[in-house]
Design a binder for this molecule. Sequence first.
Ligand SMILES: [Zn+2]
Ligand SMILES: [Zn+2]
Length: 365
Amino acid sequence: MTRRVRPLLTCVALLATLAGVAGATPPEPPTVYVRALGDVSSAHTRWACQVVRDVFRVRCRVLRAQPLPHDALDRARHQYDADRLVDALFRTLPDDGLALIGLTNADLFEGGRNHFVFGLGHLVDHVGVVSLARYRNAWWGEPDDERLFRERFFKVLVHEAGHTLGLPHCANRGCAMRDDRSLADLDAGPTTFCARCAVAIRDRVAEAPGSARWHYTRGHSHLNRGQFAQAVMHFERAVERAPRDARYRNDLGVGWLRRGDAARALWCFREAARLDPTFPNARYNEGLVFLGVGDVSMARRAFERALDADPAWALAHRQLGYLYLEALGDTDRAYEHFDLYLAAHGEDDSVREQMRLIKGGAGAP
Ligand SMILES: [Zn+2]
Ligand SMILES: [Zn+2]
């Protein structure tokens, strides 16, 4: 798709130049921003920007350094919480930014999961952080090696930047998006992307800030943080730009529901279901709205229509199980839906317990 669009844009710009039309400049590549957190050498920040520019074919700009946020420091571990740094960076992501990457000399950990991390890139937030702490051999008690330092820095930087462009880990061990947990892994790892990840990167870079998808992912970043007004604003912009996309319309409904406006949410869910009758989420969400106002029969109808769209939609089976059990008093149908829920979803102790109670019936102890 990008191959067809690009020559067209070039032609328009060329014609405009010939006609002397002011303001008709060729489209500029999107901008990735780099920002130091705490004390980082400006040579390192500038070099990181150059790497991002060369590898991803984007513009890269260095933003003013900011202090490391105190609340991200875990004093017992002497490490900073990478998730919190990502949160702090997200608040400063410029509106025209495709992504923002923070650089720090602080050592990082990832809450509850990793003893340490070389960096962390968020797939939805378009924000990541890279720690330079462990690239120097001195950290590991070995003589320093500048070449190795730069190589490690490069690998982690392009990996985390890949995450900020929405790329998950890659199963290809010859790809820079492979998941490296140790220094030995990192040193053995490649510096380039596999063909699939390279194509995904090109596609993401072509999604300029301000596009429907850009607003959509930005909306999710705000939704995840409980910032519902901003989430709704971005989802609305995504819907304006792609009015026939059922997912965007559905998630705008989720935003409205979180803001407490069930009527607007319901309208969005119905519109999403109309746009794509095979999309079960919208009908399911519609059912949740009716459940919220205690309209059991409309809720049941909506959940059943979600199952018309996808008969194995686990959550609809679960909701119907509870509806039949608690509101409609039909334990046979409740059992049936719980059973289908477990088949689609996998084990769930609370549902298994409900089924056991139904089987036990009135005679159960
Ligand atoms: Zn990763
Ligand atoms: Zn890959």
